[in-house]
Ligand binder design. Structure first.
Ligand SMILES: *Cc1c(COP(=O)(O)O)cnc(C)c1O
Length: 421
């Protein structure tokens, strides 16, 4: 017997009062509507909100630059030379990697290419790349161009998985593709969470299956880092990469993180593109002619990184350290479960949830497919203060981000949607 009424603002507010993470909302700047009220921001899967501290941290580097010039590399309050190292341990915690396995550098698509230089090494017999269903366009372009670069026809070399359960892909389906074509697959490259459907893939199972077939395995965690509770070291993929401007709130276009499993940390036989920032840091400035790789992920670095976006990233990573991924994930499941429950109550024929209903198979994004691709409803809720996104041809993506979204946000979205219908 359901004695409480879930679809009321009072119920949502009671959930917020009981939420141990509720205090984090106030550590972010929420975009403000013309009427002075904050937007109902449900777009953290596209661009995370600005931590209030980000401005101060960026300003600090601007000041140190103005006062110190080049000396800031050593004498800034946070010296620029090792600046990326200030992010490593927090980032390693977010993805469940060891420090030697993680570094922040470049941007995401660049890193996918750099990692494929090392981990996509096709032969005439084993040259295929298995990718997820409906990948983000950049990932598709990246793998196709890698196949072509090695002299293969992408039409033959790139296999896109196909959905078998509604709009998503079951483990059984992945297993059957690997059983059929595993001997020809050089690389399995899957998104941790699909950007469109919101399906979360099982990293551990996919890694084990692919490794059993002799393939390398990588994950694009753009929609998984800071969202799922990841355990990359234990799950064992060869590599992963993610951007930091979605769930990791590091600002538009901010840097990417990479993971390279410890088993490759000291392997000098791997092909790799080199630059001076991957060289042994203890004698990097001797400027010698012979490359000595650093151990682990840091060897993949090419350039000295831009400090200003890293400063903004520090502000966000402090919040992740304070909240912890396991508490965040727990709240995330509650938020999406609440949203799904409300949509069930709404039970509208125009709306179909295409994100898997099992919580293990989703992060904090719920994708709603709209009948007849009718965008007017989306425009309507946008005009009423919701920031979400519309993905062609017919999907509204809603991200309820545990660091700053409230149960009341979920309820407000639901009631505006109800009005719009
Ligand atoms: C957001 C996203 C990207 C964006 O790539 P950039 O190189 O950061 O512009 C790539 N792949 C996936 C899966 C994404 O979600």
């Amino acid at each position: 017997m359901e004695s409480v009424q879930l679809d009321t603002g009072a119920y949502a507010e009671a959930l917020d009062r009981a939420d141990p993470l509720a205090r984090f909302r106030d550590r972010f700047n929420l975009p403000i509507q013309a009427n002075g009220e904050p937007h109902i921001y449900l777009c953290g899967n596209s661009l995370g909100l600005q931590p209030k501290k980000a401005n101060e941290y960026v300003q600090q580097e601007m000041e140190d630059w103005s006062k110190l010039g080049v000396e800031g590399h050593i004498h800034a309050r946070h010296p620029w030379m090792p600046y990326h190292e200030f992010l490593t341990s927090s980032m390693a915690r977010v993805v469940g990697g060891k420090e030697i396995e993680v570094v922040v550098m470049n941007s995401l698509t660049v890193n996918l290419h750099l990692l494929m230089v090392s981990f996509y090494r096709p032969t005439q017999k084993r040259f295929k790349i298995l990718i997820e269903y409906s990948p983000f366009p950049s990932d598709r372009f990246a793998v196709e161009s890698q196949a072509r670069f090695h002299g293969f026809d992408p039409a033959e070399a790139v296999i896109e998985m196909q959905p078998d359960v509604d709009d998503y892909v079951s483990m059984a389906q992945i297993e059957s593709v690997l059983n059929e074509q595993g001997e020809e697959i050089a690389l399995v490259l899957i998104g941790g969470v699909n950007y469109y459907s919101g399906q979360a893939y099982n990293i551990k199972s996919i890694t084990e299956l692919a490794h059993a077939k002799g393939a390398m395995v990588g994950f694009d965690l753009a929609h998984a880092a800071g969202n799922l509770h990841l355990n990359l070291h234990d799950d064992g993929p060869d590599f992963a990469a993610w951007c930091s401007y979605k769930y990791l709130n590091s600002g538009p276009g901010s840097l990417s993180g990479i993971f390279v499993h410890e088993r490759h940390a000291y392997d000098t036989t791997l092909p790799r593109f080199h630059g001076w920032w991957g060289h042994n840091k203890s004698n990097r400035f001797k400027m010698g002619p012979v490359f000595e790789p650093m151990a682990g992920a840091e060897a993949w670095q090419l350039s000295n990184p831009p400090i200003l976006p890293l400063a903004a990233m520090r502000a966000s990573m402090e919040l992740f350290d304070e909240a912890g991924m396991s508490a965040l994930r727990e709240k995330s499941v509650k938020l999406t479960s609440y949203l799904l429950k409300l949509l069930e109550i709404l039970d509208h024929p125009k709306i179909k949830v295409i994100t898997p209903s099992r919580s293990e198979e989703r992060g904090c994004q719920i994708s709603l497919q709209i009948k007849d691709a009718d965008k007017s409803m989306f425009d309507d809720i946008t005009n009423r203060g919701v920031i979400a996104d519309w993905r062609e041809p017919d999907v509204i993506r809603i991200a309820t981000v545990p660091l700053y979204n409230s149960y009341k946000d979920v309820y407000d979205f639901y009631s505006l949607l109800k009005e719009a219908l």
